[in-house]
Design a protein around this ligand. Sequence first.
Ligand SMILES: Nc1ncnc2c1ncn2[C@@H]1O[C@H](COP(=O)(O)OP(=O)(O)OP(=O)(O)O)[C@@H](O)[C@H]1O
Length: 389
Amino acid sequence: MSALTLTNIQKSFGGNQILKSVSLDAQPGEFIALVGPSGCGKSTLLRILAGLESADSGEIVIDGRNVSRVQAADRNVAMVFQSYALYPHLTAAQNIAVPLVMRRLTRAQRIPFVAPLMPGQRKAVAAIHRDVREMATSLKIDHLLDRKPGQMSGGQRQRVALARAMVRRPAVFLMDEPLSNLDANLRVHARGEIVEMHRRASVPTVYVTHDQAEALSMADRVAVMIGGSLLQLAPPQVIYDNPQHVEVAKFVGQPRINLIASRVEAKGAIALGAERCVLLDRALPVDTPVTLGIRPEFVRVLRSGASGLPARVERVEFLGSEIIAYCRLDAIGETMIAKVTPAEGAGLAAGTAVRLSTAAEHIFVFGADGARLAAAPLVENPVREAAHG
Ligand SMILES: Nc1ncnc2c1ncn2[C@@H]1O[C@H](COP(=O)(O)OP(=O)(O)OP(=O)(O)O)[C@@H](O)[C@H]1O
């Protein structure tokens, strides 16, 4: 049984459909990264999951219980926000204790001065202190417990916010860009910490980010959302190696995937430039527009020979372990990006005449609606031969 299931969630704001029938599931202990460009509806989906916003239609089931109409406080869902939302006047220990105090103490047990006189209050407070300390130890923030948020760094505040979310052992963890306020180095470090923390807590997590590197490096599965639709939900490597939509292919990968316009030819053949390279597995009318996608690491830059697409290097970026060459195709004037090793790229400079080739099995074909079309490499393909030759 899934720990969390969202089915056909729809949401509009003032006539604008923001979520278009989104369905998603998380298995027990699974880490799902929800990625997509700004404004695609990630935070709205998370807020609906948390119960902070209501869906127009659709169903949310957590641990087998339909919580679609259940109040946020009763969903047993913990959320960590971008801003951390710590109380500035409380210490880290008091901040972490807040959800336990709200759950375990009655209203009377919380009244200052009177509370200690209430039956059971001392025992409950002692248990809360113990749980806060245990959580702080496991996240290695014991030394921060007496500090207020103003006396902590961004990374430390973020850990306190995580501790506060984890301390009540929620059924589901929701995180909305929790690292976006940290500087680049700290972000990479904090990624590892969150993954480690998640592994220990083993609570299903939905983690919203617009950073593809964060999503690919942290998640068990990545959900790519574009324009209010979930286009693909799959493990990071499948998302990268086998994108089912052109927008998914564009969103993951650095530098960005090359996209070249083409058209269906007779018998479903498709050409890259003048060279026919792949064959669709179903017949589409001749001249139907398609888009070919080729990842930069599969573009080979040839200095001699007659095969491959003639191009001219426009710009070269040296990145240490790799070289990025931006090449303009002579025939169609579009730029193709190649990622090559320093050895392969040695001597490349703006103006160098080259030929670009790729192995046909690395070419994705997308239809006019953006969906991936099944295709196979054409045998007797000069582009392919050049790539292997
Ligand atoms: N309460 C609201 N009223 C009207 N429009 C809203 C409301 N909340 C969100 N929107 C709109 O819904 C769309 C999706 O917003 P959302 O915050 O979910 O996007 P997002 O993918 O999380 O973006 P970001 O990465 O920038 O945070 C945006 O166009 C936003 O302006």
